[in-house]
Design a binder for this molecule. Structure first.
Ligand SMILES: Nc1nc2c(ncn2[C@@H]2O[C@H](COP(=O)(O)OP(=O)(O)OP(=O)(O)O)[C@@H](O)[C@H]2O)c(=O)[nH]1
Length: 376
């Protein structure tokens, strides 16, 4: 049996490494914002539905139970925040684990207080814990939580003289907990997840420029193309801006490479600050930066680039800095690289015209239009 698990698991890991999506469960949970969001909002929704159902049966009783429910809900939120801080997890994952823990604790307490109310709904809720916990918690913690919750539940099952279905459900629950806790490294959820997380972490590093924290060229190629295609499929506009620091070699030669690096970091920070959420910024060369601006036409891109140009020119510090920039709005049917090439050419023209300048690359009025706030 263990051998079979191992084989299945190795297959999962290999397929994850090959980037295949066979392990759909892990993949679906980790990789689709929709599934995580559905789960995250689904649980409080269940909470609400439960109360509404009680209200329909007996408003007085529902109102009576409201403070208890609100307390439980506050606990959920507190737990989620705690887990988020502790694990530095994404808020949706933190919220899920928080729900799962408090949900299980609440059910365990209810069962202890009112054993006759125990039902398959409870089992389903506790099973949620099994699904959710190993995704986000360390194996040992997940095991401790599961086993700790299962003890009172088992005691109640025995006292209640429950049927075999409930016993079986809880036995599965406890076994998963014990299996995880004993360090059964081949429990597929756990190990696949280790590999998966490692891969995700490596991938995110590969896409980030270590000096500035912006996307690097690979990151740009992956993320910008994806964002560009998404915008096209939703028939939204996209523009690009190509920035290049002026006389950066001179800055390096005069002030040293360490100061040059500092200037690059400061310019990167300025770029990030001047761009809106959802806009992608990358360092694609030594002192070259690219921005992808969804929902922007050439005027918007120009305005953004002008903001960046002014902010860089106003930077305090020992090195006087400025950027030249070309902006281009993607034309219908035009691939992203072509828009980038037009923005690049406009940027080079800005260099030729004396630097510290933003130019529009206007496909219909070649070669270039000198940009101005009124779009002259
Ligand atoms: N400090 C530092 N310098 C870098 C880095 N990457 C590239 N450079 C330097 O950036 C400089 C780029 O010089 P050039 O391509 O001549 O451009 P420039 O001096 O900015 O001149 P213009 O673009 O024409 O205004 C070179 O001296 C590179 O050594 C880096 O990561 N850190």
């Amino acid at each position: 049996m263990a051998w079979k698990w191992t084989r299945a698991l190795d297959g999962n890991i290999a397929s994850l490494e090959r980037g295949e999506r066979r392990n759909f469960f892990v993949y679906a949970y980790r990789n689709t914002a929709a599934s995580r969001t559905a789960l995250t909002f689904g649980l409080p929704l269940l909470f609400l539905i439960g109360w509404t159902r009680d209200y329909a049966v007996s408003p007085a009783m529902a109102m009576e139970s409201l403070p208890r429910r609100l307390l439980l809900f506050s606990l959920l939120v507190a737990m989620a925040l705690l887990i988020r801080a502790r694990l530095r997890a994404h808020w949706r994952e933190a919220a899920l684990v928080g729900y799962a823990c408090v949900f299980s604790a609440g059910i365990a307490m209810t069962t202890l207080a009112e054993p006759e109310r125990m039902s398959l709904t409870h089992v389903a809720a506790v099973l949620t814990t099994i699904i959710v916990l190993p995704f986000a918690l360390h194996r040992a913690t997940a095991a401790a939580v599961i086993v700790a919750f299962s003890i009172p539940l088992f005691a109640m099952l025995a006292i209640q003289g429950a049927g075999p279905a409930l016993f079986l459900a809880y036995a599965g629950y406890t076994l998963v907990g014990v299996g995880i806790g004993l360090g059964y490294r081949r429990v597929w959820l756990d190990t696949s997840l280790d590999v998966f997380q490692l891969r995700q972490r490596l991938l995110s590093r590969i896409h980030v420029d270590s000096l500035t924290g912006l996307l690097n060229r690979e990151g740009w190629q992956t993320r910008a193309v994806r964002a560009f295609e998404r915008a096209l499929s939703e028939q939204r506009r996209v523009a690009v801006a190509y920035f290049d620091l002026d006389h950066f070699k001179r800055a390096n030669d005069t002030h040293g490479h360490a100061m040059g690096d500092m200037l690059l970091r400061t310019v990167a920070k300025t770029l990030r600050e001047q761009c809106r959420a959802g806009e992608l910024v990358a360092r694609v060369g030594g002192e070259e930066f690219l921005a992808l601006l969804p929902d922007a036409g050439e005027d918007d891109a120009y305005a953004c680039a002008e903001r960046v140009r002014r902010a860089v020119a106003a930077l305090p510090g020992p090195i006087p800095a400025s950027v030249s920039c070309g902006v281009a709005a993607c034309q219908a049917g035009e691939p992203l690289e072509l828009a980038v090439a037009r923005a690049d050419a406009a940027m080079l023209e800005a260099k030729r015209r004396g630097r510290n300048l933003v130019l529009r690359a206007d496909a219909h009025a070649p070669p270039f239009t000198v940009a101005g706030p009124a779009g002259e």
